[in-house]
Design a binder for this molecule. Structure first.
Ligand code: CIR
Length: 267
Protein backbone atom coordinates (compact mmCIF):
# COMPACT_ATOMS: atom_id res chain seq x y z
CA UNK A 1 0.00 0.00 0.00
CA UNK A 2 1.16 3.50 -0.73
CA UNK A 3 0.07 4.48 2.78
CA UNK A 4 2.22 1.84 4.48
CA UNK A 5 5.26 2.76 2.44
CA UNK A 6 4.80 6.42 3.31
CA UNK A 7 4.31 5.52 6.96
CA UNK A 8 7.60 3.67 7.10
CA UNK A 9 9.48 6.37 5.21
CA UNK A 10 8.15 9.18 7.36
CA UNK A 11 8.66 7.36 10.64
CA UNK A 12 12.22 6.44 9.73
CA UNK A 13 13.38 9.77 8.42
CA UNK A 14 10.77 12.21 9.76
CA UNK A 15 10.64 13.52 6.24
CA UNK A 16 7.93 14.56 3.85
CA UNK A 17 7.86 12.75 0.53
CA UNK A 18 4.89 14.34 -1.27
CA UNK A 19 3.06 17.64 -1.63
CA UNK A 20 -0.35 18.29 -3.14
CA UNK A 21 -0.76 21.71 -4.75
CA UNK A 22 -3.63 23.25 -6.70
CA UNK A 23 -3.00 25.57 -9.63
CA UNK A 24 -4.31 29.13 -9.05
CA UNK A 25 -7.47 29.85 -11.09
CA UNK A 26 -8.02 33.01 -13.14
CA UNK A 27 -10.76 33.80 -10.61
CA UNK A 28 -8.07 34.31 -7.95
CA UNK A 29 -8.72 38.02 -8.45
CA UNK A 30 -12.03 37.47 -6.59
CA UNK A 31 -10.53 35.61 -3.61
CA UNK A 32 -11.33 36.58 -0.02
CA UNK A 33 -9.07 39.49 0.89
CA UNK A 34 -8.63 41.47 4.06
CA UNK A 35 -4.97 42.34 3.68
CA UNK A 36 -5.52 45.65 1.86
CA UNK A 37 -2.65 44.91 -0.49
CA UNK A 38 -4.61 45.10 -3.74
CA UNK A 39 -5.89 42.52 -6.23
CA UNK A 40 -3.61 39.61 -7.20
CA UNK A 41 -2.27 39.49 -10.73
CA UNK A 42 -3.10 36.09 -12.23
CA UNK A 43 0.01 35.66 -14.39
CA UNK A 44 2.30 36.67 -11.54
CA UNK A 45 0.46 34.30 -9.19
CA UNK A 46 0.99 31.45 -11.66
CA UNK A 47 4.71 32.18 -11.86
CA UNK A 48 5.05 32.47 -8.07
CA UNK A 49 3.15 29.20 -7.69
CA UNK A 50 5.55 27.50 -10.11
CA UNK A 51 8.51 28.84 -8.10
CA UNK A 52 6.90 27.43 -4.96
CA UNK A 53 6.54 24.00 -6.61
CA UNK A 54 10.20 24.09 -7.64
CA UNK A 55 11.27 25.00 -4.10
CA UNK A 56 9.37 21.99 -2.74
CA UNK A 57 10.93 19.75 -5.40
CA UNK A 58 14.37 21.00 -4.38
CA UNK A 59 13.54 19.75 -0.86
CA UNK A 60 12.97 16.27 -2.30
CA UNK A 61 9.16 16.26 -2.62
CA UNK A 62 7.14 14.64 -5.38
CA UNK A 63 4.47 17.12 -6.45
CA UNK A 64 0.87 16.12 -7.13
CA UNK A 65 -0.98 18.92 -8.92
CA UNK A 66 -4.75 19.36 -8.90
CA UNK A 67 -6.00 21.43 -11.85
CA UNK A 68 -7.34 24.92 -11.25
CA UNK A 69 -10.97 25.27 -10.15
CA UNK A 70 -12.46 28.48 -11.53
CA UNK A 71 -15.53 28.16 -9.30
CA UNK A 72 -13.32 28.49 -6.25
CA UNK A 73 -11.20 31.67 -6.26
CA UNK A 74 -9.28 30.62 -3.10
CA UNK A 75 -8.71 27.00 -4.08
CA UNK A 76 -4.93 27.30 -4.52
CA UNK A 77 -4.82 27.48 -0.69
CA UNK A 78 -5.20 23.71 -0.67
CA UNK A 79 -3.90 23.30 2.88
CA UNK A 80 -7.33 24.27 4.17
CA UNK A 81 -9.09 21.26 2.60
CA UNK A 82 -7.66 18.46 4.76
CA UNK A 83 -5.45 17.47 7.65
CA UNK A 84 -2.95 14.77 6.79
CA UNK A 85 -1.44 12.78 9.64
CA UNK A 86 1.00 9.91 9.35
CA UNK A 87 -1.97 7.54 9.25
CA UNK A 88 -5.16 9.29 8.17
CA UNK A 89 -6.53 11.99 5.93
CA UNK A 90 -9.22 14.06 7.64
CA UNK A 91 -11.29 16.16 5.24
CA UNK A 92 -12.08 19.58 6.61
CA UNK A 93 -15.32 21.54 6.53
CA UNK A 94 -14.82 25.18 5.57
CA UNK A 95 -15.90 28.03 7.79
CA UNK A 96 -15.83 30.34 4.74
CA UNK A 97 -18.97 29.68 2.67
CA UNK A 98 -17.41 30.57 -0.66
CA UNK A 99 -14.81 27.84 -0.09
CA UNK A 100 -17.21 24.99 0.76
CA UNK A 101 -16.83 22.42 -2.02
CA UNK A 102 -13.09 22.88 -2.58
CA UNK A 103 -12.58 19.69 -0.60
CA UNK A 104 -14.55 17.41 -2.98
CA UNK A 105 -11.80 16.84 -5.53
CA UNK A 106 -9.14 16.68 -2.83
CA UNK A 107 -11.05 13.89 -1.05
CA UNK A 108 -11.06 11.80 -4.24
CA UNK A 109 -7.36 12.30 -4.70
CA UNK A 110 -6.50 11.49 -1.08
CA UNK A 111 -8.33 8.17 -1.27
CA UNK A 112 -5.52 7.07 -3.59
CA UNK A 113 -2.86 7.77 -0.96
CA UNK A 114 -4.59 7.08 2.37
CA UNK A 115 -6.58 3.96 3.34
CA UNK A 116 -8.40 5.84 6.00
CA UNK A 117 -10.23 9.04 5.07
CA UNK A 118 -12.49 10.74 7.64
CA UNK A 119 -14.51 13.96 7.42
CA UNK A 120 -15.55 16.79 9.72
CA UNK A 121 -19.35 17.04 9.84
CA UNK A 122 -21.78 19.97 10.33
CA UNK A 123 -22.15 21.96 12.50
CA UNK A 124 -18.38 21.63 12.90
CA UNK A 125 -16.08 23.79 10.85
CA UNK A 126 -12.33 23.37 10.69
CA UNK A 127 -9.86 24.97 8.30
CA UNK A 128 -6.49 23.24 8.66
CA UNK A 129 -4.65 26.54 8.37
CA UNK A 130 -5.72 26.55 12.01
CA UNK A 131 -3.90 23.31 12.80
CA UNK A 132 -0.23 23.06 13.68
CA UNK A 133 1.42 19.65 13.93
CA UNK A 134 4.11 19.16 16.55
CA UNK A 135 5.11 15.51 16.39
CA UNK A 136 2.00 13.57 17.36
CA UNK A 137 0.25 16.55 18.92
CA UNK A 138 -1.95 18.96 17.00
CA UNK A 139 -2.70 22.52 18.17
CA UNK A 140 -6.05 23.76 16.82
CA UNK A 141 -6.82 27.48 16.75
CA UNK A 142 -10.38 28.54 17.51
CA UNK A 143 -10.71 31.22 14.86
CA UNK A 144 -13.45 32.82 12.78
CA UNK A 145 -13.17 29.74 10.52
CA UNK A 146 -12.72 26.89 13.03
CA UNK A 147 -15.39 26.44 15.67
CA UNK A 148 -15.46 24.50 18.90
CA UNK A 149 -17.63 21.69 17.45
CA UNK A 150 -15.17 21.19 14.60
CA UNK A 151 -12.15 21.26 16.88
CA UNK A 152 -13.78 18.66 19.20
CA UNK A 153 -14.48 16.36 16.24
CA UNK A 154 -10.94 16.78 15.04
CA UNK A 155 -9.46 16.00 18.47
CA UNK A 156 -11.66 12.92 18.81
CA UNK A 157 -10.51 11.66 15.37
CA UNK A 158 -6.89 12.37 16.24
CA UNK A 159 -7.19 10.43 19.49
CA UNK A 160 -8.74 7.46 17.64
CA UNK A 161 -5.63 7.19 15.49
CA UNK A 162 -3.18 7.53 18.37
CA UNK A 163 -2.41 11.26 18.31
CA UNK A 164 -3.63 14.11 20.51
CA UNK A 165 -4.98 17.61 20.04
CA UNK A 166 -5.69 20.75 22.02
CA UNK A 167 -7.41 24.04 21.27
CA UNK A 168 -5.84 27.49 21.25
CA UNK A 169 -7.89 30.63 21.82
CA UNK A 170 -6.99 33.34 19.32
CA UNK A 171 -8.39 36.65 18.13
CA UNK A 172 -5.81 38.56 16.09
CA UNK A 173 -5.24 36.51 12.96
CA UNK A 174 -7.07 34.67 10.19
CA UNK A 175 -5.62 31.24 10.96
CA UNK A 176 -3.42 29.80 13.71
CA UNK A 177 -0.56 29.34 11.26
CA UNK A 178 -0.92 32.92 10.03
CA UNK A 179 1.11 33.64 13.16
CA UNK A 180 2.89 30.39 14.05
CA UNK A 181 5.20 27.93 12.29
CA UNK A 182 6.82 24.87 13.82
CA UNK A 183 10.33 24.26 12.52
CA UNK A 184 10.86 20.90 14.31
CA UNK A 185 13.57 20.52 17.02
CA UNK A 186 11.28 22.39 19.48
CA UNK A 187 11.75 25.64 17.51
CA UNK A 188 8.63 27.75 16.99
CA UNK A 189 8.33 30.93 14.93
CA UNK A 190 5.65 33.15 16.46
CA UNK A 191 4.24 36.64 16.35
CA UNK A 192 1.60 38.75 18.06
CA UNK A 193 -0.69 37.07 20.56
CA UNK A 194 1.07 33.72 20.20
CA UNK A 195 4.23 35.06 21.83
CA UNK A 196 2.31 35.41 25.09
CA UNK A 197 0.47 32.06 25.19
CA UNK A 198 1.45 29.74 28.07
CA UNK A 199 1.02 26.65 25.86
CA UNK A 200 3.94 27.80 23.71
CA UNK A 201 6.23 28.96 26.53
CA UNK A 202 8.38 25.81 26.49
CA UNK A 203 9.32 26.10 22.84
CA UNK A 204 12.47 27.86 21.69
CA UNK A 205 10.66 30.86 20.25
CA UNK A 206 11.81 32.82 17.24
CA UNK A 207 9.94 36.05 17.74
CA UNK A 208 8.64 37.88 14.65
CA UNK A 209 8.46 41.67 14.94
CA UNK A 210 5.03 43.17 14.20
CA UNK A 211 6.37 44.92 11.08
CA UNK A 212 7.36 41.49 9.69
CA UNK A 213 4.19 39.60 10.72
CA UNK A 214 3.69 37.71 7.40
CA UNK A 215 7.08 36.03 7.95
CA UNK A 216 5.52 34.05 10.83
CA UNK A 217 4.08 31.79 8.15
CA UNK A 218 7.02 29.78 6.84
CA UNK A 219 7.47 26.05 6.31
CA UNK A 220 10.00 23.46 7.42
CA UNK A 221 10.49 20.97 4.59
CA UNK A 222 12.98 18.20 5.27
CA UNK A 223 15.45 20.47 7.06
CA UNK A 224 15.08 23.57 4.89
CA UNK A 225 12.89 26.51 5.85
CA UNK A 226 11.01 28.18 3.00
CA UNK A 227 10.20 31.76 4.04
CA UNK A 228 8.61 34.75 2.30
CA UNK A 229 10.95 37.45 0.99
CA UNK A 230 10.92 40.98 2.37
CA UNK A 231 11.40 40.14 6.04
CA UNK A 232 15.15 40.27 6.66
CA UNK A 233 15.06 40.35 10.47
CA UNK A 234 13.05 37.14 10.70
CA UNK A 235 15.08 35.38 8.02
CA UNK A 236 18.28 36.30 9.87
CA UNK A 237 16.88 34.82 13.09
CA UNK A 238 15.87 31.58 11.36
CA UNK A 239 19.34 31.30 9.80
CA UNK A 240 20.95 32.03 13.18
CA UNK A 241 18.94 29.10 14.61
CA UNK A 242 20.79 26.87 12.14
CA UNK A 243 18.34 26.43 9.26
CA UNK A 244 19.11 26.89 5.58
CA UNK A 245 16.48 29.30 4.24
CA UNK A 246 14.93 29.39 0.76
CA UNK A 247 13.30 32.82 0.28
CA UNK A 248 10.28 33.04 -2.02
CA UNK A 249 8.23 35.92 -3.36
CA UNK A 250 4.56 35.13 -2.70
CA UNK A 251 3.20 38.68 -2.94
CA UNK A 252 0.10 37.69 -4.95
CA UNK A 253 -0.99 35.15 -2.32
CA UNK A 254 -0.28 37.56 0.55
CA UNK A 255 -2.84 39.89 -1.07
CA UNK A 256 -5.42 37.22 -0.16
CA UNK A 257 -4.03 36.70 3.37
CA UNK A 258 -2.33 33.50 2.25
CA UNK A 259 1.13 32.28 3.15
CA UNK A 260 3.53 29.49 2.29
CA UNK A 261 1.89 26.76 4.36
CA UNK A 262 -1.50 27.40 2.74
CA UNK A 263 -0.27 26.51 -0.75
CA UNK A 264 0.33 22.80 -0.18
CA UNK A 265 -0.59 19.65 1.69
CA UNK A 266 2.66 18.00 2.65
CA UNK A 267 2.89 14.32 3.69
C1 CIR B 1 -9.15 32.78 2.76
O1 CIR B 1 -9.52 33.83 3.30
O2 CIR B 1 -9.65 31.69 3.03
C2 CIR B 1 -8.05 32.85 1.74
N1 CIR B 1 -8.12 34.12 1.06
C3 CIR B 1 -6.69 32.67 2.39
C4 CIR B 1 -6.52 31.34 3.00
C5 CIR B 1 -5.19 31.20 3.62
N2 CIR B 1 -5.00 29.87 4.11
C6 CIR B 1 -4.33 29.58 5.21
O3 CIR B 1 -3.92 30.48 5.96
N3 CIR B 1 -4.19 28.29 5.52
Amino acid sequence: MIEETLDKDCAKRKMFTHAIVRTPPKSIIAGIANANLGVPDYETALQQHQNYVEALQACGLTIITIPAAEDFPDSCFVEDTALLTKRWAIIARFGARSRQGEEVEVRELLRRYFNHVESIEAPGTVEPGDIMMVGDHFYIGLSQRTNNAGARQMISLLEKQGSSGSTVEMSEMLHLKSGLSYLENNVLVACGEFLRKPEFANFNLISVDPDEAPAANCIWVNGTVIAPIGFPKTIAKIKAAGYPVTPLNISEFQKLDGGLSCLSLRF
